[in-house]
Design a protein around this ligand. Structure first.
Ligand code: C5P
Length: 408
């Protein structure tokens, strides 16, 4: 999936040991389809050579405002006019101070100052020692550059190259890629709050065993990521899955359906959208043994009794907030056959405006999926595609159905 196809990025490197991560970031951006123009300060070139960055970006690197390759000798103007964004990674404390003052004594800062401020966003990935990060001067300068329109991507925490431990480390290349990709996505859910359930539930029968299902959580996690990319504040209520949390998403881990219901009910009173992607177990063992159920040697298997689990989606859809129209609920249906008929019936039964149907065996654990959207007007197919791409389409469909947005 080429998330950055057709995007033109300027990748600026300033002096810091994190320059080695910028090489990986450059490679990742190019792999996603971006055209990357690298610009390095003199200090950055002490840490990594322009040769490396040229090889990875496939384009000559600029290091000086006096570069004679530009016909008009105005690299700072030419390179920034066409860019979709300028990303400075690593961005040193000194460079942030320079930006805060509006200084422009070398090519990269000159370009940042000369960029058309309303059209070319500036993203900063700070990288520095924890004391420098915490210093009041850095705090002041960061507040200033943010006020001047720059987006500060945050920092990592942990072991630092200097041997100290704390905040200030540059984010990893994969994290920066996710943040940059998110930044460049359209924002139809800006300011909205979205709650997503994802994954299976696990219903214990004793401390060792239980019943669950094959849901991987991938679709729900992709929806949470897509909602965050679209500008929403996202809470992801996740059953037991082996997936990393999408950046910028608040995750609440649960195990059973009842826990998932509690976590969801705690989150939806503030929400504008609820997407129930989780494959919630319909039943749970009627009682949970305090100790492991042992074979007793009789050859008789234990008889298990089941109790029905609460229907989380239906509970939320019947709540005051959903009925008043303040909370838009979206359900999923995983079927094995007759998708359309089942999807229509399920939408009506659950009392929700939008339902996404999919074929269970074709989605569980897969990276691709296809969806059949059913609403009051009819149905619409979202053809087979990677789950993140489908999730973005679904989020766009949800956004245009929200109160205040005109139907397409
Ligand atoms: O009735 P069924 O399980 O097929 O409905 C699927 C939809 O309902 C999904 O959106 C699922 O997340 C939601 N659901 C739920 N709680 C349950 C069962 C299903 O939220 N106990």
């Amino acid at each position: 999936m080429n998330d950055l196809q057709g995007k033109r990025l300027v990748l600026g490197l300033t002096g810091g040991i994190a320059c080695y991560k910028a090489a990986e970031l450059c490679r990742a951006l190019v792999k996603e389809g971006a055209a990357v123009q690298v610009v390095m300060t003199e200090a950055a070139a002490q840490f990594i050579t322009p040769v490396t960055m040229q090889a990875l970006s496939g384009q000559p690197v600029y290091t000086s405002q006096w570069d004679g390759r530009e016909a008009n000798n105005m690299a700072h103007i030419n390179l920034s006019r066409e860019a979709d964004a300028i990303v400075v990674a690593p961005c040193s404390a000194d460079f942030i101070a320079k930006l805060a003052l509006g200084r422009a004594d070398e090519l990269l800062s000159l370009m940042c100052l000369a960029r058309p401020i309303g059209r070319v966003p500036l993203l900063l990935a700070p990288a520095m020692n924890r004391e420098m990060w915490a210093h009041p001067a850095t705090r002041r300068n960061l507040a200033q550059v943010a006020q001047d329109g720059a987006t500060v991507l945050g920092v990592g925490s942990g072991d630092q190259a200097c041997g100290e431990t704390g905040d200030g480390r540059m984010l990893e290349a994969a994290e920066l890629l996710e943040d940059i990709t998110a930044f460049l996505q359209p924002k139809p859910l800006r300011g909205q709050r979205v709650v997503v359930t994802a994954g299976p539930t696990f219903e214990a029968m004793d401390p060792i065993r239980g019943i669950t299902n094959h849901s991987s959580g991938k679709m729900g996690f992709a929806i949470a990521r897509a909602a965050r990319e679209a500008g929403a504040q996202v809470t992801l209520v996740a059953g037991p899955v082996h997936l990393s949390t999408p950046r910028g998403v608040q995750r609440v881990d649960v195990t059973s359906a009842r826990q998932m219901l509690q976590a969801t009910l705690a989150a939806v009173p503030e929400a504008d959208v609820f997407v129930a992607t989780a494959a919630v177990a319909d039943w749970r063992p009627a009682s949970e043994a305090g100790e492991k159920i042992k074979k007793d040697g009789s050859g008789q298997a234990p008889v298990l009794a089941f109790t029905e689990n609460p229907d989380i989606l239906q509970t939320v859809a019947q709540g005051e907030r959903a009925r008043s129209g303040a909370l838009f609920c979206v359900g999923f249906a995983a079927e094995s056959h007759d998708l359309l008929a089942h999807a229509r019936a399920k939408r009506a039964r659950k009392g929700i405006p939008l339902l996404a149907g999919n074929i269970g065996p074709l989605t569980f654990g897969q990276d691709d999926n296809q969806l059949l959207l059913v609403d009051e007007h009819g149905e619409q197919e979202l053809p087979r595609a990677p789950k993140l791409q489908l999730a973005r389409m679904l989020i766009a469909e949800i956004a245009r159905r929200l109160p205040g947005n005109l139907p397409a």
